[in-house]
Ligand binder design. Structure first.
Ligand code: ADP
Length: 467
């Protein structure tokens, strides 16, 4: 089917070429025929003139033995009172009335005519006065049949040659075009194969346009086609990965939400039984319900924030204002000291580090990192916060805790990733803290990285100033 399409196009192109050639051949044929005919007719006229010039004398002397070619007629006429009568000198056809007529016209000056002589055919006739006072006119007639047959032979030769040329053109043109169009047919085949391939399952496209030949243009098309396929493949892979990420995110979120919900339901039932009994027990259940609810709302807030940061208008959740990171860091440090009086906190701050940013969200970054430094380290672990002006603004939060194992470092910023699930969930962590940090810093055009070893874990946040 594909091959057939390509070949049909090849045939059509070849036929188009033939039609064009036909027009060219016709024009060339017509003009060359007209030119040759004109040329032969002129030569006949010249021959007639030359023959006549040398014939008056011999004709008169030889008394009717003119020098002439085969089929020619030459005769002297005497024209009197508009009537031409042959002078019995020369040779005339049986019906020479047409020659007579031409003779009558030529008493004053020479005349050239083409006339039909009965039983003889078309004749080119030249008449010229040779003795004006006596009214003598020399008439010579040369047959045109030779000229006509030459021209018609030429026409036939031309028609034959053009027909052969056309046939060869169509045949070879079709072969050449078919060969040239084959790569296009192959590419169409590749496109068909891809169209019939289920792209929802695997984003990998089964084929590429291969082969060679077809010239630079086809090669260019093939390259562009393959680049396009690669592009589609990359986009499909990215979409599949994004879908997979979203699916995992939803599954993790549901799982995370189910845990506090189950707890709340459990405590609510306990509360129902305890309500009749001990008030202290009842209050304890109520406090647990409150704590789980608070954890859930933190989780939901984080989820909502991440979803909004993921949206196309990444800037949307940010309320930019002139912000001093130094001020934010000292405020966060104060809050940390108040919340964790047992942990020594050292500040190493530049004089000021101003930029356009969302102060609330940057504070959230600081709080999340400081909370982690408190939650995932033993009591009494020293923590350092530094703000420096380097390439941009560089914020470092370090602790001297046990650190994060190297195998966990690559996934540390993933959503819902926790190094030790059971322990950290107990700490109230959602596994979203660092993911939120990462997304917020990215939304500010910055980057965050971690380096960790036993006794030193440092989170480095780099923020560009030119926003
Ligand atoms: P979580 O809510 O569990 O704190 P995060 O995304 O904030 O979630 O952190 C992911 C994991 O990274 C934590 O579970 C913890 O194991 C590890 N982590 C983060 N900060 C530190 C730190 N300063 N020291 C050691 N481990 C850390």
């Amino acid at each position: 089917m594909r091959q057939w399409r390509a070949s049909r196009l090849g045939t059509r192109l070849a036929l188009g070429l033939a039609a064009l050639s036909l027009v060219v051949f016709a024009v060339v044929g017509v003009f060359s025929t007209i030119f040759i005919r004109e040329f032969l007719a002129n030569r006949l006229d010249e021959q007639l003139t030359k023959t006549q010039q040398g014939q008056v004398g011999p004709l008169k002397d030889n008394h009717g033995a003119p020098l002439q070619s085969y089929g020619w007629f030459t005769a002297l006429f005497q024209v009197r009172d508009g009537v031409a009568s042959p002078m019995e000198l020369g040779k005339l056809p049986e019906d020479f009335s047409q020659l007579q007529k031409v003779a009558t016209e030529a008493t004053a000056t020479e005349v050239l005519r083409t006339v039909y002589v009965r039983d003889e055919g078309l004749y080119r006739v030249r008449a010229c006065p040779v003795d004006k006072p006596n009214g003598e006119v020399l008439v010579s007639a040369a047959p045109q049949s030779e000229l006509d047959s030459t021209v018609s032979r030429l026409i036939w030769i031309e028609v034959g040659a053009f027909a052969v040329a056309l046939g060869v053109l169509v045949l070879f043109g079709r072969i050449v075009l078919r060969r040239g169009l084959k790569p296009l047919g192959d590419m169409a085949g590749t496109a068909h194969d891809i169209a019939s391939h289920d792209l929802t399952g695997s984003p990998e496209l089964p084929v590429r346009a291969s082969g060679s030949g077809g010239g630079a243009e086809v090669e260019e098309l093939r390259t562009a086609f393959n680049v396009m396929l690669e592009h589609i493949e990359t986009s499909l892979a990215a979409r599949t990965a994004a879908n997979e990420k979203l699916r995992r995110f939803i599954a993790d979120a549901s799982h995370e939400l189910r845990t506090p919900l189950t707890s709340i339901r459990g405590y609510a039932e306990l509360f129902q039984y305890a309500a009749a009994n001990e008030p202290a027990e009842r209050d304890a259940h109520l406090a647990k319900i409150r704590a789980e609810t608070a954890r859930m709302s933190v989780l939901v807030d984080d989820l909502l924030l991440l979803a909004r940061l993921d949206s196309v208008e990444a800037d949307a959740p940010l309320r930019l204002a002139d912000t001093d990171v130094v001020e934010l860091a000292s405020a966060a440090a104060d809050a940390f000291r108040a919340g964790h009086p047992d942990r020594p906190l050292t500040l190493d701050l530049a004089e000021s580090a101003k930029l356009r940013a969302d102060p609330v969200r940057l504070r959230q970054v600081l709080d999340n990192l400081l909370t982690n430094a408190a939650v995932h380290t033993p009591p009494g672990t020293p923590v350092t916060v530094s703000v420096r002006i380097e390439d941009g603004i560089v914020l470092r939060i370090s602790d001297e805790g046990p650190g994060i194992a190297p195998e966990n470092l690559p996934r540390i910023f993933d959503r819902f990733y926790r190094v030790d699930h059971s322990r950290t969930r107990g700490n109230g962590g959602t596994g979203l803290g660092l993911a939120v940090v990462n997304s917020l810093v990215a939304a500010h055009g910055g980057s965050v990285e971690v380096s960790s070893g036993p006794g030193r874990t440092t989170f480095t946040v780099r923020l560009p100033r030119g926003r």
